[in-house]
Design a binder for this molecule. Sequence first.
Ligand SMILES: [Zn+2]
Length: 239
Amino acid sequence: METPSEIKNGQRELLKRFLEKDPECVKGARELLIQWGTPVVATSTHFVQVAKVKAYLKNYGNCFKQPELLTIQGIGLNNMCHNNAKYFCDLNPQFTTALGYNVCSCRCGGLMTFEIHTVVKDSRTGKYWDITKDYNKEEQKWFVPLNLTHHEDDAWDWNDVFHKKYNSFSTGSSNCKNCNITWKTSTPLLNAKTFIKDVKAFNERDDDDDDFDEFMRQHQHEMPDFLREMADSGCVVYM
Ligand SMILES: [Zn+2]
């Protein structure tokens, strides 16, 4: 499928938005890029065995949607997928942010890794696009969307649950003796029972946010400018 024009021609506007709203983020992305230098990457999208991913995800009930191979159009900053998606969707309302995990694998498929990732979804076609520059110059990425029932368009709500608590995990041990690699020593396994419970709680919690958003819409004209601005940018505003 052809790249939507909003993405194809959107880099300038997106980076301008970053410089205006979030210069610290630009600085952070630059520092990370320098730190990496030329990384030796042991796992890759290319080695992912999708049947294995699907089998693994069955342990997690309906927490995930089916894995998809996305085309990377890296118009955003490296490492800043959440911010890239958020700002891009602010600029292009036909798109919503979508939260999930990007999947990589070692050469033999013995070590499969999942890292939290945000992409954008074109609401006209239902197709996901990855707009974050990849660390390994990869052009495609296996992505497993989380099955969130509400608020996929809000990149911040879920930060506490998914980014902080379930940032990354592997499917078994965090090393592959076959390929002689260790991913991250601290990589937790994903506890199915706890994870399913948290996703369910998260989806239920969102119902309250819908009420809150409705309240904000109804009372918008009574709000001072700065509150409106905060609400527009997706922040939770306490009144
Ligand atoms: Zn291996």
